[in-house]
Design a protein around this ligand. Structure first.
Ligand SMILES: [Zn+2]
Length: 655
């Protein structure tokens, strides 16, 4: 007698605790020999083996395909079986209430067991070849994005703080509704049958029905919907969007400045061919009011120690009601790593997601100030003028050491990204905001996201990459932890304030004018990155690091350079990649001075790839110093080249 679906979970979870492998349980469900198998199972050693069917990789892939909010973080005890303490429940879709999946006694719930069983089931059979093909494409689209965990432990927060976070999570949902409306994809999940979990996952992950993976994006059959819809944004009248040049049309209208506004929606005017605008707070009134309410509720449970955070949440709530973003921006820049443990921004900001690049997309980012970066910053701040002198000595005349500011970005550990901050692939790792208005003109605020790629998979991947490239001896110093990259980034950012910077004028010209934008930023980044490595060594002499740590940090910096080189020197559009180019110059210079040697006859640390890179850690510091000649070169080129007047074209037309 087959077990009925309702009776199975009960038996299943009992079995689970007694060590019955769930593949067998599934057999029980299908076969009539249930009793025999059950007995066979029960007679085994209790070992909690029920979850051995899915490897961690399969578990995470299947969970995504089944639209289940699960992530098997890491097989901590290396038993190839998921344990309750290895499961992360994800935000944003499905049932994200942890207590529904894991009991307070740290056991899986019956609901989890049932979901796990569903993950073992194949999807519903396709009714025709076209549907089967579409399903394959959707799976391929999903497979091109590796779920990468950003996990935050809030268990030590006070109930009041937890309450604030919950309200911000609620606000995030409404932010996603608004963003979906901006993109014209709101409510599409209603068009996908509940059983078609992979397509629902695609819609959630991409925040649109469109495929974005390199293998699938151009395939007309790849879509979360039955038929791939046209791309019609909610920000402009649908009728004009079939014209690929509609942005130009709007930009030529008599009221173009209004139509190109960042915080409104373009609608048809009274007369045909004319256009008007509706401000965001009218177009998305209900959702924006809901966000405002959540922000106020989030602010209410913050104490005096978070006065700046509270002030921002209240100002933001007001801006969501009025569509005037300046007061919120002012309160936002007033928040800092010094006066709040938190970082939050809830606002319409970036415009890249929409075809005209005018309308600010709604986004929410919640993060914690990275406490390690703060400690480093405080330790380094008293040394800023000494560091400047050291770099100035290297840059040489005509550059003179300045009295420097130590303005480095706030380093934040992301907790939650929503709306325009949650792209299908990748994430923003640094940002300066706001984009417009007096607060932007006064400099705004810059942050660097420090915890992304700190998850077990990303670290393992980095380890694999490094061991495929470096020789055995070098790879012994390879680390994948957060500290080395944090120090590297912090010193990189600090170095932007030191030595000849953007504002450093040669013959009265700032570098962007002297070199043109891309070259100027490349040289500036080269200076910052090389100085970061130089300062690591310099700080060792000040007792900040042990020699071993310096090697580890600089090895990560070299690995960083290889990561950028691997992306290629130009984007698909043909614009030079700043970091790739500086990385190539740096690595080339290190190789020339013998700090990095290619050993063609040696096998890489992974024991597989032949030929590997050996870093001579003794030769690295002088090589870095030599590479820093570029800082010198930067000044010299500008100064000498610009002695000659530049061409001013004059035109004569003779008839
Ligand atoms: Zn930089």
């Amino acid at each position: 007698m087959p077990l009925s679906p309702t009776s199975l979970p009960q038996n299943y979870s009992t079995e689970a605790k007694q060590g019955c492998d769930s593949w067998h349980v599934k057999t029980i469900a299908l076969a009539t020999l249930s009793l025999t198998v059950l007995i066979a199972c029960q007679s085994r050693q209790p070992s909690n083996e029920h979850t051995r069917q899915l490897t961690r990789e399969d578990f995470n892939r299947r969970a995504a395909e089944k639209f289940l909010p699960f992530f098997w973080r890491e097989d901590t005890n290396r038993d190839d079986k998921i344990q309750p303490n290895e499961l992360a429940v994800l935000w944003g879709y499905g049932d994200s209430d942890w207590s529904h999946w894991i009991t307070p006694q740290q056991q899986f719930t019956a609901q989890f067991d049932e979901a796990y069983r569903a993950m073992l089931e194949p999807g519903p059979p396709a009714s025709n070849p076209a549907e089967e093909q579409r399903h394959k494409l959707v799976l391929d689209e999903l497979a091109q994005g590796r779920p990468t965990l950003v996990e935050t432990d809030l268990s030590r927060e006070t109930p009041d703080t937890a309450n604030t976070i919950r309200h911000l999570m609620n606000a995030a949902r409404f932010i996603e509704f608004i963003y979906a409306k901006q993109k014209g994809v709101f409510g599409l999940e209603g068009k996908i049958p509940a059983v078609d979990s992979a397509r629902r996952m695609l819609l959630y992950r991409n925040q649109s029905p469109f495929c974005e993976g390199p293998r699938t994006e151009n395939n007309p059959a790849c879509s979360a919907l039955e038929t791939k819809p046209a791309r019609i944004f909610g920000l402009y009248p649908a009728g004009i969007q079939t014209d690929p040049r509609f942005c130009e049309t709007l930009a030529k209208a008599p009221n173009a400045p209004d139509l190109m506004g960042h915080f409104n929606v373009v609608v048809n005017g009274d007369r045909t061919g004319t256009f008007e605008t509706t401000p965001y707070n009218e177009a998305y009134k209900d959702d924006m009011q809901a966000v405002a309410g959540e922000l106020e509720a989030a602010a209410a449970s913050l104490g005096q120690d978070e006065a700046a955070f509270r002030a921002y949440l209240l100002a933001a709530a007001q801006s969501f009601r009025t569509n005037n973003w300046e007061p919120a921006d002012r309160a936002w820049v007033a928040m800092s790593a010094e006066n709040s443990r938190w970082y939050a921004r809830i606002a319409p900001d970036e415009v890249y997601y929409e075809p005209c690049a005018w309308k600010a997309g709604f986004a929410l980012q919640l993060a914690r100030i990275n406490p390690d970066s703060l400690v480093w910053r405080r330790k380094l701040d008293p040394l800023k003028n000494e560091m400047e002198s050291a770099l100035a000595a290297m840059a040489g005349p005509p550059y003179k050491a300045r009295n420097v500011q130590f303005k480095v970005p706030d380093f934040i550990d992301v907790v939650l990204n929503a709306g325009d901050q949650r792209p299908a692939n990748g994430a923003t790792i640094g940002q300066s905001l706001p984009n417009w208005g007096p607060v932007a003109e006064a400099g705004g605020r810059t942050v660097a996201m420090t915890n992304l790629y700190g998850d077990a998979d990303s670290r393992a991947q980095l380890g694999i990459q490094m061991s495929s490239l470096f020789c055995k001896a070098t790879n012994l110093k390879a680390t994948t932890g957060g500290k080395e990259s944090l120090v590297g980034s912090l010193l990189h950012e600090a170095a932007h304030n030191l030595g000849p910077a953007h504002e450093y004028k040669v013959n009265g010209k700032v570098d962007t004018v002297a070199f043109g934008g891309p070259l100027a930023s490349m040289l500036e980044e080269l200076k910052a990155q090389t100085s970061s490595m130089f300062l690591t060594d310099w700080l060792m002499m000040k007792g900040f690091f042990a020699p071993e740590e310096v090697d580890q940090i600089n090895l990560r910096n070299v690995a960083w350079a290889f990561g950028h080189i691997s992306r290629g020197m130009y984007t698909a559009e043909g614009t030079p990649r700043t970091y790739s180019q500086l990385a190539a110059i740096q690595v080339g210079s290190f190789m020339k001075s013998g700090a990095i040697v290619w050993k063609s006859n040696e096998v890489a640390a992974n024991g597989k790839d032949s030929g590997c890179l050996e870093i001579s850690f003794e030769n690295l510091p002088p090589a870095i110093r030599m590479c820093n000649d570029f800082a010198k070169v930067k000044g010299a080129i500008a100064e000498r080249w610009l002695r000659a007047p530049r061409a001013t074209f004059v035109y004569s037309l003779k008839f």
